[in-house]
Design a protein around this ligand. Structure first.
Ligand SMILES: *[C@@H]1O[C@H](CO)[C@@H](O)[C@H](O)[C@H]1NC(C)=O
Ligand SMILES: *[C@@H]1O[C@H](CO)[C@@H](O)[C@H](O)[C@H]1NC(C)=O
Ligand SMILES: *[C@@H]1O[C@H](CO)[C@@H](O)[C@H](O)[C@H]1NC(C)=O
Ligand SMILES: *[C@@H]1O[C@H](CO)[C@@H](O)[C@H](O)[C@H]1NC(C)=O
Ligand SMILES: *[C@@H]1O[C@H](CO)[C@@H](O)[C@H](O)[C@H]1NC(C)=O
Length: 372
């Protein structure tokens, strides 16, 4: 509601909104041209409003409020739909033998796209190319913190940007998959710093938030997620819930505004206070029968998984429950892709993390528009 009022106050005409969009995105270092490109449908809608309103002076105020409200609703509902991905998983027709496949995963072709519905089509989600992603993240500091899911996510993000350079990717893969270690890389061409922080437990995530606070230096984008280690080694959902609540309060205290003010923070003039874009990398579905040790099959039961999922909801860490972090819904991605997308019931095919990266990038686009 606050945002809506702010927007309404912001301009006597929707033209202001169009002009201010690029300013709001500066935190993500999008070039002006790209921004206009990305604003796409939104830009056109507003342009139409702007061009029509002079002819109806008596209703122009009305149109302005309505168009601002529509833009706001559009962004909010698109953020809510950004995880809505459907999969097509079928045997790769050109492979007729299982014998010499590196793994049975390669036997299946996995294609994904945003689901088709008029609402989703209106959001105009798109797969960003290496160039688009580079433009969007140019000059940014991105931190991905968590367990092996976070590591796979990091790999997918690098793969999107450097995918065409096999040699570079081979060396990244070798460094990134050294067990239980941090990894940091500077992508010189786009001045982007990417850190992977090995943080298998939520308490490790809380500690890295504290470290940012101490140094007074915050990443532009932070993706975090942990749960599986706790489930295996602590196996206590209420303890997990407690850890998540601690994380939430450390995140909230780090932000320059509290989430109760709305996601956009106080707006002073046309310049918003910059705060990091925060994401939660959800837990994958576990396919119990495929887990590779007896201990995992016993402790990581379906019932325990659901207790942990409930703890996440109860902790109110996520936006959908009023918290500060936007969910990258690995649960729904892995559920919809299914057992043919995993070889150990826990770590999934690259396609899952590729989709998660694209969800994040699309959310960043929407978010940046929102930070008027
Ligand atoms: C099927 O597998 C072959 C060999 O791995 C690969 O080159 C091809 O791209 C796959 N087909 C599709 C549609 O992905
Ligand atoms: C399968 O193995 C044979 C013999 O090792 C090899 O010649 C062929 O290229 C392999 N096929 C694929 C798709 O890797
Ligand atoms: C990144 O931004 C800098 C200036 O901010 C620009 O010179 C450079 O061309 C950009 N790189 C890419 C890949 O967009
Ligand atoms: C994560 O937290 C656990 C529990 O406090 C601790 O034992 C471990 O050393 C921490 N790991 C890292 C990488 O900070
Ligand atoms: C689970 O964790 C909670 C909170 O840390 C603790 O009070 C409780 O005793 C633990 N339960 C078991 C069975 O260890």
């Amino acid at each position: 509601m606050m945002m809506m009022l702010e927007v309404v106050q912001l301009g006597a005409a929707a033209a202001c909104v169009v002009v201010l969009v690029p300013m709001g995105m500066a935190g993500l270092h999008l070039s002006r041209n790209k921004m206009l490109f990305f604003s796409g449908a939104l830009f056109i809608t507003l342009a139409v409003c702007v061009h029509l309103t002079p002819y109806f002076p008596s209703v122009s105020d009305f149109v302005t409020s309505v168009s601002s409200a529509v833009v706001f609703d559009h962004r909010t509902s698109c953020i809510n739909l950004v995880n809505d991905i459907s999969w097509e998983v079928k045997p790769n027709a050109s492979l007729h033998t299982f014998n010499n496949l590196s793994s049975s995963l390669d036997f299946y072709d996995k294609r994904w796209d945003w689901s088709k519905s008029p609402k989703l089509d209106a959001c105009d989600f798109q797969r960003l190319s290496a160039t688009d992603a580079s433009d969007l993240l140019n000059g940014s500091w991105v931190v991905v913190a968590g367990d092996s899911q976070a590591r796979l996510f990091t790999l997918s993000l690098l793969n999107l940007i450097w995918g065409s350079e096999a040699k570079r990717m081979d060396s990244v893969r070798a460094d990134l998959f050294k067990r239980h270690s941090d990894y940091s890389i500077l992508l010189d061409e786009i001045g982007m710093k990417l850190d992977f922080v090995w943080a298998p437990y939520v308490v490790n995530l809380t500690n890295s938030m504290m470290a940012f606070k101490t140094k007074k230096s915050y990443p532009d984008v932070m993706v975090m997620g942990a749960g599986l280690w706790h489930m295996l080694h602590v196996t206590n959902a209420s303890d997990y819930d407690f850890a998540l609540r601690m994380l939430k309060s450390s995140v909230v205290s780090l932000l320059p505004f509290s989430p109760e003010l709305g996601m956009n923070g106080p707006v002073t003039g046309s310049v918003s206070i910059k705060s990091p874009h925060l994401f939660w990398l959800g837990m994958p579905m576990l396919i119990n029968g495929m887990l590779n040790t007896q201990e995992k099959r016993e402790k990581m039961s379906d019932a325990m998984w659901h207790d942990y999922d409930r703890a996440l909801g109860d902790s109110r860490l996520l936006r959908q429950t009023g918290g500060p972090l936007l969910l990258l819904d690995i649960q729904s991605l892995t559920w919809n892709c299914g057992p043919r997308c995993t070889s150990d019931g826990m770590h999934y095919d690259g396609a899952i993390y590729e989709a998660a990266v694209q969800i994040m990038l699309n959310a960043l686009l929407i978010e940046s528009h929102q930070r008027l």
